[in-house]
Design a protein around this ligand. Structure first.
Ligand code: PGA
Ligand code: MG
Length: 219
């Protein structure tokens, strides 16, 4: 692998362990509808396709859903989550040191997440991450989400590099397929929220510790 000219990261399950706050907000939304709470691992298995999918799956497994219920539960979820996005959330060990190393090379860094863009930006602000990133691309109403390649290609375009020279780092099958669809190199952080196995991904394209990410850097 040659050193990338830009690195774009997924957010949830890649840079930050955000599931505990997503779990808490999901259970507030479920409780407001008289539903039983879900355990953390179940909520983790619902992360990766955005908040709409998280709410839909949470309602499905606790008694079903309809359009009005979905809208209400999503609103309750967002009202709580936007006030509690970094209460339990932490950067994975080694992430800050790795970001410092990447930044020191001078190559541009970005985030491409299926989390709605404003919460993604607010979380980065609250966690002191914003200054590392020249671009933060998140989900927006009416716009394609990962695994559609559009958001990743938009983020790479904002960084001003050719997709062939960029690297995407993510934790899920959604991220892997996004990179494939965009013809962008991919590395998997395997200690995030990987729900489906990735049989086509070679072992050497995966890491489980940010202190040993294996991303080659320019001198
Ligand atoms: O919000 C989600 O479901 C996933 O967010 P991510 O794309 O940062 O992993
Ligand atoms: Mg993720």
């Amino acid at each position: 692998m040659i050193p990338p000219k830009a690195i774009i990261f997924d957010l949830d399950g890649t840079l930050i362990h955000s599931a505990p706050d997503l779990h808490a907000a999901a259970n507030v939304a479920l409780a407001s509808e008289g539903r039983d709470p879900l355990d953390l691992d179940t909520v983790i298995s619902f992360i990766g396709n955005g908040v709409d999918a998280l709410i839909a799956k949470s309602l499905d497994v606790t008694g079903g859903s309809d359009a009005a219920l979905h809208v209400r539960a999503l609103a309750t979820f967002m009202a709580f989550y936007t006030q509690n996005m970094t209460t339990l959330t932490k950067a994975y060990p080694g992430v800050i040191a790795a970001l410092n190393d990447f930044r020191d090379t001078g190559i541009p860094l970005g985030i491409c997440t299926n989390k709605p863009v404003q919460p993604a930006r607010d979380i980065c602000d609250q966690m002191g991450l914003t200054a590392y990133f020249a671009d933060i691309t998140g989900a927006q109403d009416g716009q394609a989400r990962k695994p559609d390649p559009a958001p990743l290609l938009a983020s790479i375009d904002n960084l001003g590099v050719d997709p062939a020279q960029a690297l995407y780092v993510g934790d899920s099958a959604v991220d892997y397929h996004t990179a494939r669809n965009a013809h962008v190199s991919f590395r998997l952080f395997s200690k995030g929220y990987l729900n489906d196995p990735l049989p086509d991904l070679s072992e050497s394209d995966s890491f489980d510790d940010w202190a040993a990410h294996g991303i080659p850097l320019p001198e």
